[in-house]
Design a protein around this ligand. Sequence first.
Ligand code: HDD
Length: 706
Amino acid sequence: MSAHQESAGRGGSPAPRDVKDEQLDRFRAAPRSDALTTDQGVRVDDTDNALRAGARGPTLLEDFHNREKLTHFDHERIPERVVHARGAGAYGYFETYDSLADHTCADFLSEAGRRTPVFVRFSTVQGPRGSADTVRDVRGFATKFYTREGNYDLVGNNIPVFFIQDAIKFPDFVHAVKMEPHNEMPTGASAHDTFWDFCSLQPESTHMLMWLMSDRAIPRSFRMMQGFGVHTFRFVTAEGRGTFVKFHWKPLLGVHSQVWDEAQITAGRDPDFHRRDLWEAIEAGAYPEWELGVQLVPEKDEFSFDFDLLDATKIIPEELVPVRPVGRMVLNRNPHNFFAETEQVAFHTANVVPGIDFTNDPLLQGRNFSYLDTQLIRLGGPNFSQLPVNRPVADVHHNHRDGFGQQVIHPGTNYFPNSLGGGCPAHAGAGGGRGVFRHYAEKVDGDKIRMRSESFQDHYSQAAMFWNSMSDWEQRHIVEAFRFELGKVNSVQVRERMTGNLAHVNGDLAALVAEGIGVPAPQPADSISTASSPALSQENLRGTQGIRTRKVAVLAADGTDAGQVEAVRERLTAKGAIVEVLAARDGTVQAAGNGNGTLSVDRALPTMASVLYDAVLVPDGKEAVTTLAADPAAVRFVEETYRHGKPVAALGEGTRVLTEANLPEALVLGESAPDYGILTGNGTASPADLADALAAALELHRFPHR
Ligand code: HDD
């Protein structure tokens, strides 16, 4: 089987090949059918015993195979990313809907249907490489477009703003949020003194903190979160005309989150939850898809907002400037080797192509230095662009020579101008064909000063707009998150300072948080913004793919009505959901009802947990229900699912397990209570009807159980 076919999804047909995939074939080691060798190609016939003097004698230094093997092993680790160390990546393609040539000369956006290979890496920010996925954190969303004009990197996050306005503060911010220097705790968490000390002293972080305390920071899946370029960039036409642009990735699956208790349990039951979710969806052929949208602002309107387009702590409300869909991105191929591809991939905000340029956003300007700088040490010198995952599909010709890891045997001259090398590589543009990068000819002037623009000084209006835009359950989760986070802060002074800042966002929010962490309610602030933006609430971001890839657990035991299970499975899988039968042990259970025989068990209950599923169903079957109602693991599974606001369904006698889990009796035994996520149909519903009700409930968000 070819390397490419290896990567084909287990359940899905192989993804169509593209020019990047074909390029990578050159670097993919062939399946290991040959003899074992050393790095030098010398064949060895024993890698199990070191060379020694006599069977019980000392091992010998001349054993070059043993030395080489141990030496390479000793040098396998490279520095992890200084932030975003923990991540997962996948390949795919971007396809343009219609030409954007009226705004940008970017080739990959110039023609309807144009497909460009991509590599995306999702990540958390604070935790080290081995930390858990489901922590409360920002999620990195970095996309490398392998365009015909060179690599374009859109290095975004799942949150459209940032903690700071000027990149010079980034080292301070990261020092504050990372594990504390005296004891290297906490891992994968912002709930500690230094983070809140820094942020409470930097009111510019307040808008970002609202997002970080919202459910956006505990996504259900990388596949179910938005992505944002954050900064205002510039589109530039072939004639040099500029348009301000902000980038948005909208997931077709919608924007869904866990709840905090659920996220914490998941981190323990499966620290790789998001990484596994992405990997398995692609392997199964359920390729995740996002729509790329742009907000376009003509330069003449630069100062027509009550915020500064150069301020990375501000969004442009979609109701003010609509997001214009421009293309779709599908991730359809998992990497072959995590280290070679996902760990070594290097994204850089300054990797732009003709037609996309920068603005004077001081955060972006600083990023444009930092990424290359950090990659030099992380990836061993100046030649990391030659690593397969970083290689452009566009031709590369320059006079860069030597340096660690140089893979190219360059010909002839290594300087420009030259005559001895035929003047090559010559300046592009002079008959250079494809687009040449021309920097946007912005006129700049000003004294050299260290000063923040007055237009950057409003730190609360958009934080208030975010709060005002939240549904009641989202607001409740934000209050709980602030209480959890600040409740872990030892310094009362920091707690009070932070609640004082929140008073400028919303008086109720500040008072509720203060009450929860035992500090006096802060003085109310005046002139708080009442603006809101419906586009910010997850209530309005349910996507268009319904319950595709959502996971439903069916609890079974000997005597489960297998006919019901198959009827529900058929209905839900037809809608794209994944149904798994869980029982105390692997193998099969004895079926009852009209599905006599046995029912296959997909997962042994002790190896799974409610937090790994989006809903649970307990089918009918007297004997099975009696067994499940007496099984603490099954009862806890149902109780947790309900407590985490996820749908719980039962057929016939199955309601006894819900009662055992202390779900409200009235809701369990009455007619189904869909607005509480409890679906029983009081025993009268057919399996198909119940499956439909369960599907409808899954499309909703979490149920307000408190
Ligand atoms: Fe950054 C990595 C996104 C601010 C400096 N950043 C990194 C990654 C993402 C972002 C997604 C991981 C890329 C990967 O998967 O390899 N960073 C952002 C966003 C920001 C942001 C959306 C604000 C809008 N970053 C930011 C600032 C600086 C950096 C202000 C420094 C001035 N970021 C880095 C870095 C990293 C990085 C230290 C660490 C690993 C790397 O670059 O390659 O250079």
